[in-house]
Structures are given as structure tokens and as C-alpha cells.
Design a protein around this ligand. Structure first.
Ligand code: ATP
Length: 364
């Protein structure tokens, strides 16, 4: 089921009538989510991702714009008529019910023509439980299960009604690191197996990038960039997106373009074509540095962090906007830790420059 958002806007009135300002939580969001894809809605706290999800689910009414599921305009439909499955951060299971009863619950509430026989309901419940691999735990109560297992139950409960669209709001936030990793892969598998168009809200860029077909990066209610995760990582359209994606994060420097060269401090680090002389902000991905004794960029070596296959070289540079410059190099490279400085040349496609005021990308 494709989902179309047309000029979707949500404005919350000010709470304090005199001094307060209204909050534009989502501002003119238009996007067509292709059928059967997993979309990651991504951005820092307060950027409007949950509000977007709640409008798609029907839990919140848009101030403006429309929402379509396929050709159906669902903008004014109540949640229960939209055919959405919802999974939240706190699993919201009924503690006094068994897993089986929890999963059956949405089916038992169906009315009229949708009403199902007991046998069909059980079949559906077991099918959903099998999908999330909890069919052996059907007689347990939520309190007798791990967080990861409880979240699987919540997903099964959302799937049991065979929703047209699956909506997940920070579903992994309450899980520990290892379970998060495992459960996110599970979500991806379940989504592939069912082919249900899925929208996944998270503030964790790594999580969104690892499982999404496409990511939508939001800031203060405004969509910044939409694309395949790698595409957005490789081609951020502004400094915000460049900074938001990537672990370790992108290194940011004060720089300048002069006579066809990009300068960081006094050092001309790269040839730049077709850009007028100006001060710029420079972003360099950690993997964009190449150790090179004759390289143009000099940084003061601080420490090395071994990460197994790779080594993170931590250094300092007066033009850096961050306290440290962090490069990632292959562990086969030998770095002399006693050296005062480290010298780099740069991979041009890992270097981005941005307008100093607008922070928009300048292409070269
Ligand atoms: P988080 O990751 O912290 O949940 P988010 O990106 O999901 O953040 P939203 O919850 O969508 O952000 O909130 C977007 C903006 O709308 C925020 O500034 C928030 O304070 C505001 N907001 C959300 N719900 C309401 C409400 N019911 N009344 C007033 N303002 C609200």
C-alpha cells in the first residue's frame, strides 16, 4: 500500500495564550512512500517525527494537508478505520493477559462484517506469533518475558489485523544494545516477509540507516532530505544532514575557498573547481582522511583508538569546530603514536563544503 503525504502540516496552539508561540510541529511535508518499503523517519528530539506518525495513524488530526493510503483519502478517518498497526516504545501490553490473549485482543474487538470465528482468530494469532518467533511463549504473561520478547508480542499484536500500513514509534528504545541490534534485524525480516509498507520513527541515525529502504531526515518540523540511506550519507544537502548521519560524526572545520583551492587554516587541502572565493564550512567524513607524510593537512596527534579492523586516529586542528578531529583508517596502517603531528591528504568525495551562513551545500 503506497502512502501519500500531501502538504501535511501540524500546528499546536500555544499553551500560554499571552506569551507563548504556536508550535509548527510538522511543516508542509509532502512525500510518496512506495508500496512495500520500509521508511525511517529520522531527526533529533522535537523535530516532528512522532507527530507525523500520529497523523498517519489518525491519533492526531492534521492542521493542513492530506493523507492517502493508495487512492483512499484517509485524512479524516478515525484510527480504527485506517487499517494501521501501531507499535510504541513502551510495549503497552495488557499485563494481566497472556501473550495469546494480548495478540487475540484486536481481533476480538472486530465488529459487524469483520467479526471472525474463534478458529480463524487463533489461526491468525499463531501466524503472527510465528512471524515474530514467539509461538512457544503464548501462555506467558508480559511480566515473565524479556523486553525484546515483549516488543515482539507488541509487533505480533500490530500485525494480527493484517494492517495496510505498519507504524513503529521508537520501538527499540527500551531494549539494551545487543537486543536493539537483534530486534531491528527482526523488524527488517518481518517487514520483508509481510511486504507491509512500514514507517519507523527513530532519533538513532545508525538504526534508521541500517534497516530502511529510504530515510527522511527532519529538523524543526521541516523535511531536510529524503533518499536511500547511502545516497543521503554520500550526498548530504546541508550541514545539518551531514552532521546528523555517520558514526563517528563528520569532522567540521572553518575553511575558505581561494583561487580554486580549499583552505583549512593556512593549508590548501584540495583543488576546488567553479566556486567563488569565500569563507566556507568544511565537512570531512572520518573515512575521508588518508595518512600521507606529504599530505597537505596537518593535525596534532592526540591518541589512537583501536576498533578491531579499523583504527580511529584522534587529533586536533585549530580550525576544527569540534574539540577533536577523528579519522578512521585501516588497522594495517602503522601510526607512530609518539609523533607530534599526523599528516593527511583527503579523498575529495568525502569532503563537503557548505555556505557559512545558510549551511547549504556548495557543490564543486
Ligand atoms: P521525540 O523524539 O522527542 O519524541 P519528535 O521528533 O517525535 O521528538 P514530536 O513529538 O513530533 O517530535 O514534537 C514536535 C514538536 O511539537 C515539539 O516541539 C513538541 O514540543 C511539539 N508538540 C508535540 N505534541 C504537542 C502537543 N500535544 N501540544 C503542543 N506541542 C506539542
Amino acid at each position: 500500500m503506497k502512502v501519500v503525504l500531501q502538504n501535511l502540516t501540524k500546528i499546536f496552539p500555544s499553551r500560554d495564550k499571552k506569551a507563548g508561540k504556536e508550535v509548527v510541529a510538522v511543516n508542509d511535508f509532502s512525500f510518496e512512500i512506495p508500496d512495500g518499503k520500509l521508511i525511517g523517519l529520522l531527526g533529533p528530539s522535537g523535530c516532528g517525527k512522532s507527530t507525523t506518525l500520529y497523523m498517519i495513524s489518525g491519533l492526531q488530526k492534521p492542521t493542513g494537508g492530506q493523507i492517502f493510503f493508495g487512492d483512499d483519502d484517509v485524512t479524516n478517518l478515525p484510527t480504527e478505520s485506517r487499517g494501521v498497526g501501531l507499535v510504541f516504545q513502551n510495549y503497552a501490553l495488557y499485563p494481566h493477559m497472556t501473550v495469546k490473549q494480548n495478540i487475540l485482543f484486536p481481533l476480538q474487538n472486530l465488529k459487524g462484517a469483520d467479526k471472525m470465528s474463534k478458529k480463524d482468530m487463533l489461526e491468525r494469532a499463531y501466524h503472527a506469533a510465528k512471524l515474530v518467533q514467539i509461538e512457544d511463549l503464548m501462555d506467558r504473561k508480559p511480566g515473565e518475558m524479556s523486553g525484546g520478547q515483549q516488543q515482539r508480542v507488541a509487533i505480533a499484536r500490530a500485525l494480527v489485523k493484517m494492517p495496510r500500513v505498519l507504524l513503529l514509534d521508537e520501538p527499540l528504545s527500551n531494549l539494551d544494545a545487543r537486543l536493539r541490534l537483534q530486534t531491528r534485524e527482526e523488524i527488517r525480516r518481518i517487514q520483508r516477509e509481510t511486504g507491509i509498507t512500514t514507517i519507523f520513527v527513530t532519533h538513532d541515525q545508525e538504526e534508521a540507516m541500517s534497516i530502511s529502504d529510504m530515510i527522511v531526515v527532519m529538523k524543526l518540523g521541516v523535511v531536510q532530505q529524503i533518499g536511500a540511506p547511502q545516497e543521503v550519507y554520500d550526498n548530504p544537502i546541508n550541514l545539518f544532514v551531514a552532521k546528523f548521519l555517520g558514526t563517528p560524526p563528520i569532522n567540521v572545520f572553518d575553511g575558505a575557498v581561494k583561487d580554486g583551492k580549499l583552505y583549512i587554516g593556512e593549508e590548501a587541502v584540495l583543488d576546488i573547481n567553479g566556486v567563488a572565493d569565500q569563507e566556507v564550512t568544511v565537512g570531512i567524513r572520518p573515512e575521508g582522511f588518508v595518512l600521507d607524510d606529504n599530505g597537505p593537512l596537518t593535525c596534532k596527534l592526540t591518541s589512537l583508538e583501536v576498533m578491531g579492523r579499523d583504527v580511529s586516529v584522534v587529533s586536533e586542528n585549530a580550525a576544527s569546530q569540534n574539540p577533536v578531529v577523528r579519522s578512521i583508517i585501516n588497522a594495517d596502517n602503522k601510526v607512530d603514536v609518539s609523533a607530534e603531528n599526523v599528516k593527511y591528504s583527503l579523498k575529495a568525495h568525502k569532503v563537503f563544503i557548505f555556505n557559512k551562513e545558510t549551511e547549504e551545500r556548495i557543490y564543486f
